[in-house]
Structures are given as structure tokens and as C-alpha cells.
Design a protein around this ligand. Structure first.
Ligand code: FES
Ligand code: FES
Length: 188
């Protein structure tokens, strides 16, 4: 007869899309599992689970990360941005709008990951060349083959960003975590 071991949970704190979250997570759970199943942020997609497709890309302290490869406990204390954090209220972010305008989403499954990788790229390289965009999104696969539209959308967003430089705040750091209340989330 096999005895099941008690589930070990670990308390962690994250700032997710500007909101502080206090969570107890299973030690073996990935950041992806906690975002989707614990916090209900299902915009981040689950696909290969081995770091090959980029569907699960989120920003951790501003860096794009495959959340399927990171344990939630490793993210303790970090600021996380998911695709749900890109929009400004009910409005799309300029990058999201550019994806829409260029028909970059076909089935849409890869788009959250593409948007997060592109968000990091545009912060790191505000005036990217086409080669920069191709390299920046190299870890994000699109099974619909919509790469051309995605690249055009990112380049258009960069142009728009350039035109409005000095007027718009970076989307990834828009929210002030200190202004948001703590939230308790049930253990996973
Ligand atoms: S689901 Fe994480 S890289 Fe594919
Ligand atoms: S739009 Fe379908 S996988 Fe990219």
C-alpha cells in the first residue's frame, strides 16, 4: 500500500499586475500553474511545458520568462506582469492595438506570449530593427504562421512609441504596487 506524503506549501508574496498577492504554493508548482490555477490569470497559456514555445511568457521584474520553467517559490518577492496587465482599463495598450490593426492574431493562442516578449523588447530596444524584432521573438512560436503580421505589428508599435515619446509611460511598470491592497489567495 502506498502512503501519500503531506503536501508541503510555502508562503510567498508576488506583485502581479501591480497588485500585491500573498499566496501559499506547493513547493513543486510552477509560476505558470500559480498564475493560471491559483490566481485565475488564464491569459498566460500552457502548452509545451518545456520552454520550447513561449506561450507561457510573462515578465518577471521586467524580464521575459517562460513561466512553465520557473517554480513559483523562485518568484517570491518579484513583480510579475501578465497579458492581463497590459491593457489600460478597458482600452488596449498601443502594442495590443497594433496587433489588432495588423491582423497579427489568427487563432490567438500564442499572442499573449508574443505580446509579453514584445513588451520587454520595446522597453529594452525602443527603436528595434526588423532583425531585432525577429531575434526578440525567436522564442515564441506561432503555429498559425502569422510571423510576418506579428513583426509588422511590433515595428508599428515601436514607431508609435517613438512619435509619442515623452508623453506615454511604459506599460510594464505602469501600476504602483504600493498603492494596491494586499490580497490573500487560497493555498494551491
Ligand atoms: S508552455 Fe512554457 S515554453 Fe511552452
Ligand atoms: S495566432 Fe495561432 S498560434 Fe499564433
Amino acid at each position: 500500500m502506498t502512503e501519500s506524503l503531506p503536501l508541503t506549501t510555502v508562503p510567498i508574496e508576488l506583485v502581479v499586475n501591480g497588485r500585491r498577492r500573498a499566496i501559499s504554493v506547493a513547493a513543486h508548482h510552477t509560476l505558470l500553474e500559480v498564475l493560471r490555477d491559483g490566481l485565475g490569470l488564464t491569459g498566460t497559456k500552457e502548452c509545451c511545458l518545456v520552454g520550447e514555445c513561449g506561450a507561457c511568457t510573462v515578465l518577471v521584474n521586467g524580464m521575459s520568462v517562460d513561466s512553465c520553467l520557473m517554480l513559483a517559490v523562485e518568484a517570491d518577492g518579484a513583480s510579475i506582469t501578465t497579458v492581463e496587465g497590459l491593457a489600460d482599463g478597458d482600452g488596449l495598450s498601443p502594442l495590443q492595438q497594433a496587433f489588432l490593426d495588423h491582423g497579427a492574431a489568427q487563432c490567438g493562442f500564442c499572442i499573449p506570449g508574443q505580446l509579453m516578449a514584445a513588451t520587454e523588447l520595446l522597453v529594452r530596444t525602443p527603436h528595434p530593427s526588423r532583425a531585432d524584432v525577429e531575434e526578440g521573438l525567436a522564442g515564441n512560436l506561432c503555429r498559425c504562421g502569422g510571423y510576418e503580421q506579428i513583426i509588422e505589428a511590433v515595428l508599428a508599435a515601436a514607431e508609435g512609441q517613438e512619435r509619442s515619446a515623452g508623453r506615454a509611460a511604459p506599460t510594464s511598470d505602469r501600476a504602483d504596487p504600493a498603492a494596491q491592497p494586499d490580497a490573500e489567495v487560497a493555498p494551491q
